[in-house]
Design a protein around this ligand. Structure first.
Ligand SMILES: Cc1ncc(COP(=O)(O)O)c(C=O)c1O
Length: 388
């Protein structure tokens, strides 16, 4: 490999949420929060270094180069043609989702989610006065599929205004296929439900799978959809706080823009802008190697479990770097298992129930780190899981 993903970077004492939160003592291996223990692409580091050298960090006017970088990246990599006037920037995908819900719903409306799903979906829905309606995914043969009948039933409720889709899906590890997206779209179209597609994990896709932007499926899907994305997950720049909302409906855009302003998240910072431009214009080669490296880590985890812990099936990882482990054979709750792993193995994972009741019995392991750290975490976890 041209790029180095093996070197351990000490993040302790850098103000890292993942490493420096109060309960995380020196002997704990944090394998939880979804950021990577890997340095970002050298092209981004160089760009930010130059920006720092400039020395003035005043308010930002987002340049043409920013829009060009977004448009060119999605056209080149995903065959999705975006127009500049569809792009609205904000300070993160969660702020984006929050503003979209605020702009397009009335209090007491309902928002549909397919669970288990990213925990902040629930808080964004709640914080905007709406209720989440959970349509559980179906788990079979170490993977998740959609129960379209159940989805149709949920969507048919006239109070349901939005489907909040996660594509690729955290933590279900799925990269939804074009056929699946078409079926989701048909259900939503029939029931007048807007699709809000969170595509933040769209570059983190394992070999043999292909990411399809929901809006790229057809003109009809594009017209009923609002997409949120950011290079932050794939390039490990979450702290730079930048994301885009992409939508071709002017009325929706205006309502979202109003909500972004009401929420006071309309300003971005110079590092986010510069980092995004560098990632999308120069980061592709690094990203390709990153995905190969993550896939290597995943293969290690899968082989380790099938050899040493076959009673814990590992969900097939199609996308993201978040491995979803089925612990239901133990009969213990996700919270009990993560507590024991924390206390006895000193490895910190996420409990499955953070992602809705459908996550009960599962735990989530973040493998975006040097391989030696994944090995260490697995070796620490082994005796604890064996004894459950
Ligand atoms: C599906 C999904 N959406 C959004 C986010 C966070 O986005 P941001 O940091 O841009 O608010 C995450 C972080 O893990 C995520 O998994």
């Amino acid at each position: 490999m041209k790029y180095d993903f093996d070197t351990l970077v000490n993040r302790k004492g850098t103000g890292s949420y993942k490493w420096d939160s109060s309960e995380i003592e020196a002997d704990v291996l944090p394998m939880w929060v979804a950021d990577m223990d890997l340095k970002t692409a050298p092209c981004i580091i160089d760009t930010l270094r130059n920006r720092v050298e400039h020395g003035v960090f005043g308010y930002v006017s987002v340049p043409d180069a920013y829009y060009d970088a977004v448009i060119s990246w999605f056209s080149r990599r995903h065959g999705w043609e975006i127009k500049r006037e569809w792009i609205q920037y904000t300070s993160g995908v969660v702020p984006a989702i929050s503003a979209i819900i605020k702009g397009l719903t009335q209090p007491a409306d309902q928002v549909l989610v397919m669970t288990p799903v990213y925990n902040c979906f629930f808080s964004s829905i709640r914080n905007n006065g709406c209720t989440a309606v959970e349509c559980p995914l179906v788990y079979e043969n170490n993977t998740y599929t959609i129960d379209y009948q159940a989805l149709e039933q949920c969507a048919a409720n006239p109070d349901v205004k939005i489907l909040l889709l996660c594509n690729p899906h955290n933590p279900a590890c799925r990269v939804w296929t074009r056929e699946e997206l078409v079926k989701i779209g048909e259900v939503c179209k029939r029931n007048n439900v807007i699709v809000v597609s969170d595509e933040i994990h769209c570059e983190l896709v394992m070999s043999g799978h292909q990411f399809t932007p929901f809006a790229s499926v057809s003109q009809e899907m594009q017209d009923m959809c609002i997409t949120c994305n950011s290079p932050s997950k794939s390039f490990n720049t979450a702290g730079l706080q930048i994301a885009n909302i992409i939508c071709n409906n002017t009325e929706w855009q205006q309502r979202i823009d109003r909500a972004i302003n009401d929420n006071e998240v309309c300003d971005v910072n110079p590092f986010g802008v510069a980092g995004l431009i560098a990632a999308y214009n120069e980061g592709e080669e690094w990203l390709t190697e990153l995905c190969e490296y993550i896939e290597g880590n995943y293969n290690l985890v899968k082989e380790f479990f099938s050899k040493n812990l076959p009673q814990f099936p590992v969900t097939t990882l199609e996308g993201t770097y978040l491995v979803w482990i089925d612990c239901r054979n133990t009969g213990q709750t996700s919270d009990e298992i993560t507590r024991k792993l924390f206390e006895e193995a000193r490895v910190l994972l996420n409990s499955g129930t953070m992602y809705g009741a459908a996550g009960e019995g599962f735990v989530r392991l973040n493998i975006a780190c040097p391989r030696s750290r994944v090995e260490e975490a697995l070796n620490r976890m082994l005796p604890v899981l064996k004894a459950l």
